[in-house]
Design a protein around this ligand. Structure first.
Ligand code: PLP
Length: 614
């Protein structure tokens, strides 16, 4: 059981000695990194960032396009910008900017705040593109960027933005940013994020508006600033065919605009969309192309159109973000509890005379073997249904009911162990019925919001015990008080985990490919905030844990919601002081406890057992 690591892992991780290891430098295992971090008393979920995986993705993009340009003898230039919306966290962005410097990798902004970040952090001689709806202030910021010396292109989403640019250009100091026009294509994307393209999409100019825009630019004497057309058919383009269709459409619009007299139009910006393989199962792959196929198709098609239409080969811009960011982050979360962990034979309380069906369960458990395991398992589940009905009708008591639950769970565990080596398809139905619930110390709303929002799955696997067959069909529960906080067992993409007694042994799950969109889309549902994060820098001699940032304290979370934390503290103090339940000495002690709680993060620490701090 390799949890599909060869399908989604991009060669970034591998399994050795039963552990997931990082495939670079001294090849540390994820579990040793986590244990090292936990030595300092850090508990709860931890987000690990690997800068070498950012570097790898950037390098791959530039290399693939450079190879494609060579292969097709392409004259246009290639540039890329990183869309800040995908992950704006400083420990990611600052690494990305410095790793991208030698490529002149730029930044894309979609809001004023992102534009400020781009203006403050973008490398010299690297482009900035600006998309999304803009008011006069945002357009003025674009002018300021140009005045600062940035190579910035403001992409126009509507004619009113163009009017603003023309009017602001008259009032400012002579520097005008480049202008891009976002085109509204007929072609749309594919997959759950396909809404950004197509004639009904939220963004872009129709053909008629395009013609009007070019006339407006010409009349304002700004043709030398109109340099780019832009489109984006959606994130995570799972199939290359719609992209090729969109490219043909955009390539022809580009050629037409050049022929109409857009003298300085040089570039086509394809937006983002390069897909990431999230699937853990070969039967449910999420994309059907490679990066080099994507680069070859883009270069070949644009060359073909330019040759046919007799225009110069356009410079190519891409704004792929998911592809660059997703791989670099892994969320590691401790399992706190297995739902059926309590069901041990020590807890059975047999009666001198058990009800016949309960006795039958004892017999099934005692006589079960490999041959009859599935049949006995079925029988036990049927018996449980009947026994629960008998309880509802008052024919058996709570002790019988407890014995029933324990016996059936023991039968499930025994049966699953006995048939573990059978073909998966033969036992999948059973596995579906006998799922184990793993309570995991993380918030799905905070750390995997795309699973909650649109059902996007992420690879998940235990960090160790990978040389043991996992026997339990797993359903993962997060620690929020919300039943949506669950990744249920799915027979099409089944997840199996190990049977583990958490009181005696830690068990950590890694959620992979969470570096794109998840962090900033994450919600503070139940006031669980961004997990503790650490940047892991690995070389041949060892690894370093840098930029440790502990998850926000409860005081900080409440302050973020605009509570006056002093008032919260005073209220608590007053109420403790006024309590008649405790002595003065106890009050002092409790005030100290409250102080510690307020300054600690909100994730769980202990469950059941003081020694087992998660
Ligand atoms: N460019 C634009 C205009 C976008 O809207 C987006 C995201 O939706 C991107 C780039 C990044 O897309 P992705 O992360 O799929 O590469």
């Amino acid at each position: 059981m390799d949890y599909g690591i060869k399908t989604w892992g991009n060669d970034n991780f591998f399994i050795e000695d039963g552990k997931v290891k990082v495939n670079t430098g001294c090849e540390p295992s994820l579990i040793e990194i986590i244990q090292e971090i936990r030595k300092d008393g850090i508990r709860g979920p931890i987000l690990l960032r690997f800068p070498h995986l950012i570097q790898k993705q950037i390098r791959m993009i530039y290399k693939s396009f450079s190879d494609a340009k060579k292969e097709f003898n392409y004259e246009g230039k290639f540039s890329a910008v990183y869309p800040l919306k995908v992950n704006q966290f400083p420990n990611f962005v600052k690494n990305l900017v410095s790793l991208g410097e030698k490529y002149h990798y730029g930044l894309e902004a979609g809001s004023k705040a992102e534009l400020i970040l781009a203006m403050a952090y973008n490398n010299p001689d690297s482009p900035i593109t600006v998309n999304g709806f803009k008011d006069n202030e945002m357009i003025s910021l674009g002018f300021i960027a140009e005045e600062m010396g940035h190579d910035i292109t403001l992409t126009i989403e509507g004619l009113n933005e163009l009017e603003s640019i023309i009017s602001i250009a008259k009032d400012r100091f002579g520097c005008v940013p480049n202008i891009g026009l976002r085109i509204r294509l007929h072609s749309s994307g594919i997959g759950i994020w396909a809404k950004s393209g197509g004639i009904n999409s939220k963004f872009g100019l129709t053909s008629t508006e395009l013609l009007e825009a070019v006339n407006m630019i010409r009349d304002a004497n700004l043709l030398d600033k109109f340099t780019m057309i832009h489109f984006h058919i959606g994130s995570q383009i799972t199939d290359i065919a719609p992209l090729k269709k969109a490219l043909r459409e955009a390539g022809n619009i580009y050629a037409e605009l050049c022929r109409m007299g857009a003298t300085h139009l040089r570039a086509i910006n394809l937006g983002g969309g390069l897909a990431v393989e999230y699937s853990q199962h070969k039967t449910t792959l999420h994309k059907n192309y490679t990066l080099s196929e994507y680069a070859n198709d883009v270069v070949y098609l644009l060359k073909d159109i330019a040759t046919q239409k007799g225009v110069h080969e356009p410079d190519i811009f891409i704004e792929s973000g998911r592809f660059v960011a997703a791989h670099h982050a892994v969320l590691v979360a401790p399992v706190l509890e297995l739902f059926s962990q309590e069901y041990t034979d020590m807890k059975l309380r047999p009666k001198e005379v058990n009800p016949p069906l309960v006795q039958e369960l004892y017999d099934l458990l005692g006589t079960m073997n490999r041959k009859n395991a599935l049949e006995f398992l079925h029988d036990s589940i049927d018996h449980m249904e009947s026994l629960l009905t008998l309880f509802d009708l008052g024919y058996i008591d709570l002790q019988d009911r407890s014995n029933t639950e324990i016996l059936v769970n023991l039968i499930i565990k025994k049966a699953v162990g006995l048939v573990a080596d059978k073909k998966l398809s033969e036992i999948l139905d059973i596995q579906d019925r006998v799922q184990e619930r793993y309570l995991v110390n993380f918030s799905l709303f905070q750390s995997l919001p795309d699973f909650w929002g649109i059902g996007q799955t992420f690879p998940v696997m235990p960090l160790d015990r990978l040389d043991e067959v996992p026997t339990r069909s797993a359903s993962l529960w997060d620690i929020t008080c919300d039943s949506d906080g669950e990744i249920g067992f799915n027979t099409e993409t089944p997840l199996f985990l190990h049977d583990v007694d958490i009181k005696n042994r830690d068990y950590f799950l890694g959620f992979f490919l969470v570096g794109a969109y998840q962090e900033v889309l994450g919600m503070k549902h139940n006031l669980f905030t961004h997990p503790t994060e650490a940047t892991i820098v690995i070389d041949d001699d060892g690894y370093k844990i840098e930029n440790m940032l502990e998850s926000q304290s409860i005081s900080d979370i409440l302050e973020d919601l605009d509570y006056d934390i002093k008032e919260v503290q005073e209220n608590l103090n007053d109420r403790i002081e006024a309590s008649d339940n405790i002595s003065e000495k106890e009050k002092k002690h409790i005030l100290g406890e409250i102080y510690l709680f307020l300054n600690d993060n909100g994730y769980l620490k202990t469950i059941n057992n003081e020694d087992n701090v998660q």
